[in-house]
Design a protein around this ligand. Structure first.
Ligand code: PEP
Ligand code: MN
Length: 368
C-alpha cells in the first residue's frame, strides 16, 4: 500500500533528509517527489510510528492506488487549478472547450473557431493528428492542420487544445498548441506520458476505453512524476455491455476522481453520446455532477465533417449548450471563467426561437 508523508512547506533540508531516512529505515524504500512530499510502499501504522511524531511532518496518509502525486492526500484535500488562456480548470469554475473533431480545412476551422468564441467557449479543440481505428480512415491534416490551428488562435484569441499521437511531432506542435490532449487509446502509452512530463505545457489526459479510475490516476502520475503539474483528467465514456450508444459515460466516476485526486476533471459528452441529440443532455449531467468543464465536438456542417460528424453538435446550437451548462454549473456552485467574447461593458443574453415548450429552432447570443 502506498503511504504518503507530507512535510511542512517550511521544513529545512536537514529535516527533509531526516524524514526520508527514517521512512527508508522503516519500510526499506522511500521516494522523494518534492521537498515536501515523500512516499513509500508499506504499512500506514509503521510509517506513522517512524515519522508521525516529527515536527516537520504535517501528515501521514494511505493512498488507494500507487499515485502519490496525483492523490488528494498529497495536497491535504486542496484541489489544484490548471490555467488555460484566460480561463482555468479548478474549484468554482466551469470551463468549456469546443471545436471540431478534426481540422478539416481552413474555412471550417475559422468558422467553427469564431462560433465557439462568440458563444462563450473558453478554448478551441481540433485534431491535426487523428487516432483512427482503421488505417485507411482520414488521419488528420498533420503539420498543415497545426498551421491552421495557429491561425485560428490568432483569429479568435482562443487557446488551442489538440491531440498528440507521437512524441516526434512535439517540436512542431508546441508553438501552435496551448494544451496537449492524450487520447483514450494512448492513456497507457507510457513513453508518451513520460515525455509530456518533461514539458510545462498543460496536458488533457483522457481515460482509456477500459481503464479503471486508479489506472487513469497512475497514468496521470507518469506526467506529474516528470514535474509537469498541469494535468487535467477527462471522462469520455468506457466500454461496457451496453450497445445503445457509443460508450458508457461513467458520470459516477467524476465524484470518485475528486475523492481520490486533486486534479481537475472534465467530461467529453460527444464520444460517449455517438449522436448529436444526446450531447447536450450528457453535457448538462457533467455540469451537475461537479465536473470542472467539458470538451465537446461541434461543426459548422456536421454532414461534411471528415471525422465524427454523427456526434458533432451544429455550431448553431453552441449558445444553447453553453448557456445550459453555465446555468447548471451555477446551480452546482460554479461560475464560467472569463470568455474571449466577453466585454466588460456588455451583458450576454440568449435569444431562442422555436416552440418555447418544445424544440429550440435556433439559439444565438446577443450582447447588450
Ligand atoms: C477525440 O477527442 O477526437 C478523440 C479521438 O477522443 P478519444 O481519445 O476520447 O476517443
Ligand atoms: Mn472525435
Amino acid at each position: 500500500m502506498t503511504v504518503l508523508v507530507v512535510l511542512t512547506d517550511t521544513s529545512t533540508r536537514t529535516e527533509q533528509q531526516q524524514a526520508a531516512a527514517l521512512t527508508q529505515r522503516a519500510c526499506g524504500e522511500v521516494r522523494v517527489h518534492t521537498p515536501s512530499l515523500l512516499s513509500t510502499v508499506g504499512d500506514l501504522a509503521v510509517v506513522d510510528r517512524a515519522v508521525g511524531h516529527l515536527p516537520q511532518v504535517r501528515h501521514v496518509a494511505r493512498v488507494p492506488g500507487d499515485y502519490p502525486r496525483a492523490s488528494v492526500q498529497s495536497r491535504m484535500g486542496r484541489p489544484s487549478t490548471v490555467a488555460l488562456g484566460r480561463a482555468a480548470f479548478g474549484p468554482g469554475q466551469f470551463t468549456v472547450i469546443a471545436g471540431p473533431c478534426s481540422v478539416d480545412n481552413h474555412d471550417q476551422l475559422m468558422e467553427v473557431g469564431r462560433a465557439v468564441r462568440d458563444a462563450g467557449g473558453h478554448a478551441l479543440r481540433g485534431g491535426a493528428f487523428k487516432p483512427r481505428s482503421s488505417p485507411y480512415a482520414f488521419q488528420g491534416l498533420g503539420r498543415r492542420g497545426l498551421d491552421l490551428l495557429a491561425e485560428a488562435r490568432r483569429v479568435t484569441g482562443l487557446p488551442i487544445v489538440t491531440e498528440v499521437l507521437d512524441v516526434r511531432d512535439l517540436p512542431a506542435m508546441l508553438p501552435c498548441v496551448d494544451m496537449l490532449q492524450v487520447g483514450a487509446r494512448n492513456m497507457q502509452n507510457f513513453a508518451l506520458l513520460r515525455e509530456l512530463g518533461r514539458l510545462r505545457t498543460p496536458v488533457l489526459l483522457k481515460r482509456g476505453l477500459a481503464a479503471s479510475i486508479d489506472e487513469t490516476l497512475m497514468a496521470a502520475e507518469y506526467i506529474l512524476d516528470g514535474g509537469n503539474t498541469d494535468v487535467v483528467l477527462c471522462e469520455r465514456g468506457i466500454r461496457t455491455f451496453e450497445t445503445g450508444y457509443r460508450f458508457t459515460l461513467d458520470i459516477g466516476a467524476v465524484p470518485v476522481f475528486k475523492e481520490r485526486s486533486h486534479l481537475p476533471i472534465i467530461v467529453d459528452p460527444s464520444h460517449a453520446a455517438g449522436e448529436t441529440a444526446r450531447v447536450i443532455p450528457l453535457a448538462l449531467a457533467a455540469a451537475a455532477c461537479g465536473a470542472d468543464g467539458i470538451i465537446v465536438e461541434t461543426h459548422c456542417d456536421p454532414a461534411a465533417a471528415l471525422c465524427d460528424g454523427k456526434q458533432a453538435l451544429p455550431t448553431s446550437r453552441l449558445p444553447e449548450l453553453i448557456d445550459g451548462v453555465v446555468n447548471v454549473a451555477r446551480a452546482a456552485g460554479r461560475t464560467a471563467g472569463p470568455m474571449m467574447s466577453e466585454r466588460n461593458d456588455r451583458h450576454r443574453e440568449l435569444v431562442l426561437t422555436g416552440d418555447p415548450a418544445g424544440t429550440v429552432a435556433s439559439a444565438r447570443v446577443r450582447w447588450r
